[in-house]
Design a protein around this ligand. Structure first.
Ligand SMILES: Cc1ncc(COP(=O)(O)O)c(C=O)c1O
Length: 403
């Protein structure tokens, strides 16, 4: 399975996930589940350490990166409201101007969805794009910030985009955010894991300077669905947005951790158990080794693509994603090649040996396998390349013979 960015479940995570269902505790509050609350506090601390984020940041587990983006951007919205003298969580948006949201071309659909859910609106995003690949036009974004003249804004950066594993220049964006009164949010659903290896850490340099960052558990951490993490530099924003008040609930000032007051859900699965278990079992060294194995597998796919006369590498490998297409020798770029790769994509799914979908990259229909499962081996990625070549040959114009 190479489609989307699909992880798996390590043995430790899977066992702990079964236990989570067996115990079936509500990780809303300390009184409902001291175990869930303690483990969530511990895992958030471990995850910050793992990703090189300051220990002072707040954090909460979510169902995935979409809800983590929602959680972090809700804090950004609250920060933005504060700068306009309005407590949005208490009083709403009434009378405020539109929120300026700035991004490059890599912004993920789930961040836009989060903006839609938060009332900021998908259309609020101004994209600054330098090329057909979605590369951020940094000078143009800087110019837009300058024109805002100190008016607060939100920048959404992407660490690891889905088509080719590209990264926005986070360090440079952090610099601009500091200079121009902007909140910098980093969507690192899988790309935040680049920080675990010196081989890839440079791609995600500067995340520690952001105001919020998120990642997924069910992708590269290989815990079962569903699991994500949201981290926010100003920890006080989480309870300001997400707290709840009722006589039968814990006091908002309860010194115990009540994670239902720090994220969107009230009743919540104790998903800290599998996160804790897998980190305890394999540790930083285990995860670094996993990431490096996947980087090497992605390199292997890219090498095999480059060596094949009927494949064309379009980008990367960008961390664990390789973007390429089938292209019979001599076949021109254009609509016909796109149709061929679309057909081939269908054929690969019907064939069933490997699962990899197609995308559009710089106008070209392409495959974009992502390697994120702890069990993936060299023979799996070799099969991926071989199956695409074999099926491609069966439908390529040359295979039809002279007409
Ligand atoms: C960069 C990025 N952000 C967010 C998401 C959404 O993640 P989830 O499906 O866990 O909500 C993804 C999923 O692929 C992603 O790649």
């Amino acid at each position: 399975m190479f489609h989307f960015v699909t992880g798996g479940g390590t043995p430790a995570a899977l066992g702990a996930d079964w236990l989570t269902s067996l115990l079936d505790q509500n990780s809303f509050s300390w009184v409902a589940s001291p175990l869930g609350a303690r483990l969530e506090r511990l895992t958030i601390a471990w995850l910050k350490e793992l990703f090189g984020l300051p220990a002072s940041w707040g954090g909460v587990l979510t169902t995935g990166a979409t809800m983590a983006n929602f959680t972090a951007l809700a804090c950004a919205r609250q920060w933005w409201g504060d700068r306009h003298g309005v407590d949005i969580a208490a009083d709403g948006f009434g009378g405020l101007p539109a929120v300026p949201v700035l991004a490059g071309g890599h912004i993920h659909a789930s961040a836009e969805k989060a903006l839609a859910m938060l009332g900021l609106g998908r259309a609020s995003v101004r994209r600054f794009v330098a090329d057909g690949r979605g590369t951020l036009d940094l000078p143009a974004l800087e110019e837009a910030l300058r024109r805002l003249n100190g008016e607060p804004a939100i920048i959404v950066a992407t660490a690891g985009e889905v088509n080719a594993g590209a990264f926005d220049p986070i360090d440079a964006l952090a610099e601009l955010a500091e200079e121009h009164n902007a909140w910098l949010h980093v969507d690192g659903a899988f790309g935040l894991f680049a920080r675990l290896s010196p081989l890839s850490a440079g791609l995600a340099a500067g995340v520690e300077r952001a105001h919020s960052a998120i990642a997924d558990g069910h992708k590269w951490l290989n815990v079962p669905y569903d699991c994500g993490f949201a981290f926010v530099r100003d920890a006080s924003l989480l309870p300001r947005v997400f707290t709840m008040n009722a006589a039968y609930l814990p006091d908002p000032d309860d010194p115990h951790p009540n994670f239902g007051f720090l994220g969107p859900e009230a009743s919540r699965r104790a998903r800290a158990l599998p996160v804790w278990a897998t980190l305890a079992a394999y540790g930083r060294a285990g995860y670094q080794a996993l990431i490096e194995r996947h980087l090497e597998l992605a390199e292997r796919v890219a090498r095999r693509v480059q060596a094949a006369p009927d494949l064309e590498l379009l980008a990367g490998p960008g961390i664990n994603v390789v973007c390429f297409r089938f292209r019979p020798p001599g076949m021109a770029d254009g609509a016909e090649l796109n149709v061929l790769n679309e057909r081939l994509g269908q054929l690969v799914l019907e064939d069933g040996r490997v699962y990899v979908g197609t995308t559009r990259f710089d106008g070209r229909v392409a495959f974009r396998p992502a390697i994120a499962n702890w069990r993936t081996t060299e023979s799996d990625v070799d099969l991926l390349v071989d199956a695409i070549r074999e099926l491609g040959a069966s439908i390529s114009p040359e295979a039809a013979g002279p007409s």
